[in-house]
Design a protein around this ligand. Structure first.
Ligand code: PLP
Length: 402
């Protein structure tokens, strides 16, 4: 991986923040965008802008081709068997809400159980909780250990005849743990239970193949994978999506409407009511091309090496404790420093152009499990370097010693 070339693809990395060169270590919140993504948006609006699937004119045809080409790129990127299995949504949050409100609504009833890991993001807890409230079902947390690994033996014991759904993150946005999702899916399937994998922090960092994982549903957020905000995907196995009743109704998802009945369109359009986020889907397609140009294997290798380097460097700081020390982890370092308020430290680092996150990272249950209500979080992307990590460590040391 040619890091200098990659860095030069990201115009924002040239800017100064508080008179210092920007060091972006908040990639788990969102990633920066390469030229090719920014230009694809501009080109789309300058040359092809139109609504899709409807008009009979040239621009409608071009916009439709671009939109569907982006869907095919994503299909290939995640290893889905057909573009029909790729539904455009706003992001992971909307994808999980869609599954809870359609598949969940169809299959989960009073007394049923949904298994979620203790390290889930709120967007993989709250939609299920809302469904449980409505249906009289309940959530059972899958326990983790103090390293931040799922306790697989405990997971297996949680299955009962009432278990209807498992929903798990591929990579934790707080701990960085890479969960053994393939194994977990296998176990769930042996009990006849479907699995949703939240890939918001997985897809940008690991090569993903939903067929190899045998995931029933898989989600990703474009903005965490160097694409635009407001676009993401829900992957679902065709047989499951076909049996699900649409969640939102409106234009773009129908074949025929009368006042007493509607015939829906085929997949994936029956889940895409209203005008979609066409330009950003095109932008996400450009981001996928960009990632594939670098190669997910190279990205995975670079980020895991940098994670090891950062873990070692941070661990050498007196009074600093890393939260999440799973042997198999990537790209995220959460930590606390004795006697120091995380948001105050994030503010001090910002004065030096270093962007890290402080807070609960939308995953309060896992922070509570570790006995804290806030951490500092440095998270790595494809353009980060050893120098970025060195600057972070120097910045921390400077303020700790003040
Ligand atoms: N799941 C995980 C693991 C995340 O880290 C995030 C965002 O931080 C989400 C879900 C929600 O993603 P979005 O806000 O793009 O819908």
């Amino acid at each position: 991986m040619k890091l200098d070339t990659i860095r030069s693809d990201f115009p924002i990395l040239k800017r100064k923040v508080n008179d210092h060169s920007l060091i972006w270590l908040d990639n788990a919140a969102t990633t920066q965008k390469p030229h090719c993504v920014i230009e694809s948006l501009s080109r789309y609006y300058k040359e092809n802008n139109s609504n899709v699937h409807r008009g009979a004119h040239t621009l409608a045809k071009e916009a439709t081709e671009e939109y569907e080409a982006a869907r095919k790129k994503i299909q290939k990127f995640i290893g889905a068997s057909s573009p029909e299995e790729v539904v455009f949504v706003r992001g992971t949050t909307e994808a999980i809400n869609l599954v809870a409100n359609t598949y969940g609504n169809l299959t989960i009833g009073r007394g049923d159980e949904i298994l979620l890991t203790q390290m889930e993001h709120h967007s993989n807890i709250v939609p299920w909780q809302m469904l449980c409230k409505y249906k009289g079902a309940r959530i059972i947390p899958i326990p983790i250990n103090k390293k931040g690994d799922i306790i697989l033996e405990e997971y297996e014991k949680l299955f009962t005849p009432r278990t209807r759904m498992v929903s798990i993150t591929q990579v934790s946005n707080v701990l960085g743990t890479i969960n053994p999702v393939k194994q977990m899916i296998n176990i769930a399937h042996s009990h006849g239970v479907s699995v949703l994998v939240d890939g918001a922090q997985g897809a940008p960092h690991l090569g993903v193949n939903v067929q190899d994982l045998d995931a029933d549903f898989y989600t990703l957020s474009g903005h965490k994978a160097y694409g635009p905000t407001g676009i993401g995907i829900l992957y679902g196995k065709k047989a499951l999506l076909e049996n699900m009743i649409p969640w939102q109704g409106g234009g773009g998802m129908i074949k025929d409407v009368d006042f007493d009945r509607t015939v829906y369109l085929e997949l994936p359009y029956k889940f895409e009511a209203g005008t979609g986020n066409i330009a950003d889907a095109v932008g996400l397609g450009a981001a996928i091309d960009y990632l594939e140009g670098i190669g997910m294997y190279n990205i995975e290798h670079h980020e895991q090496e940098l994670t090891r380097y950062a873990t070692e460097a941070l661990s050498s700081i007196n009074g600093l404790h890393i939260i999440g020390n799973a042997p198999h982890k990537t790209s995220v370092m959460s930590f606390i420093i004795e006697g120091i308020d995380p948001s105050k430290m994030a503010g001090l680092l910002d004065q030096e152009g270093i962007a890290v996150r402080a807070g609960h990272h939308c995953a309060q249950p896992v922070l509570k499990y570790f006995g804290v209500d806030s951490t500092l979080r440095a998270s790595i992307g494809i353009y980060n370097t050893h120098k970025d990590i060195d600057a972070l460590v120097q910045g921390l040391l400077k303020h700790i010693n003040q």
